[in-house]
Design a protein around this ligand. Structure first.
Ligand SMILES: [Zn+2]
Ligand SMILES: [Zn+2]
Length: 195
């Protein structure tokens, strides 16, 4: 059985791979801000947009007021949001959030050197929210743990995200003032022998 960091002769090919830890990281470079009304240029909260008494019907503009990119652009994502256990009563909210994060992490995995067809992956996470607010680790960890497992399975890095093939271990908080960031260090184990 091959060990971490050891050269492996990929059975049936001349490809030699070294299984080293791989780091992926997501940093928020723009704090999303909604654009004002497309008709009058005032914010949605302005009294001119009140249903009965207002004189303007708010016209939503989709892109960010700061960078002009869509809300779904990776620049707007850093530390994972809180998935409060009570929020689980709203399956659609959870599902949307999970899919957004799965797509984000899948993009980072594709750009990384992580080889596909691994027997298993162990993960250590690190997060910075950019402030000192008290937070419940579990609420933030949950969305990453779930979305990463699904992304690893869907992209065939691992056979599935069950216990034997995927383990999300530590989730340390290392604050850097003003920086919203998620860092994941993936420790791949041996490649599965191709059939
Ligand atoms: Zn308006
Ligand atoms: Zn922006």
């Amino acid at each position: 059985m091959a060990q971490l960091g050891q050269d492996i002769d990929y059975a049936g090919s001349d490809l030699t791979l070294v299984l080293e830890p791989v780091m992926i990281s997501q940093v928020k470079t723009c704090a999303w801000r909604a654009k004002p009304c497309g008709t009058c240029g005032r914010p949605q909260s302005n009294k001119i947009h009140r249903k009965e008494t207002g004189s303007c019907t708010f016209k939503k503009q989709l892109r960010c007021a700061r960078c002009d990119l869509p809300k779904s652009h990776p620049d707007h994502y850093g530390a994972p949001p809180s998935m409060n256990i009570l929020g689980l009563g709203k399956p659609r909210v959870y599902q949307n959030l999970k899919e957004t994060w799965e797509a984000l992490l899948a993009g980072l995995l594709r750009e990384s050197d992580l080889p596909r067809g691994l027997a298993s992956v162990m993960v250590e996470g690190e997060v910075s929210f950019g402030d000192e607010d008290e937070r419940d680790q579990g609420n933030h960890r949950m969305i990453v743990e779930k979305a990463l497992g699904d992304a690893l399975e869907a992209g065939e890095w691992i056979p599935n995200d069950s216990w034997d093939h995927y383990q999300f271990n530590g989730f340390r908080r290392i604050e850097e003032p003003g920086v919203s960031r998620l860092r994941l260090i993936l420790f791949p184990s041996t490649l599965l022998i191709p059939r």
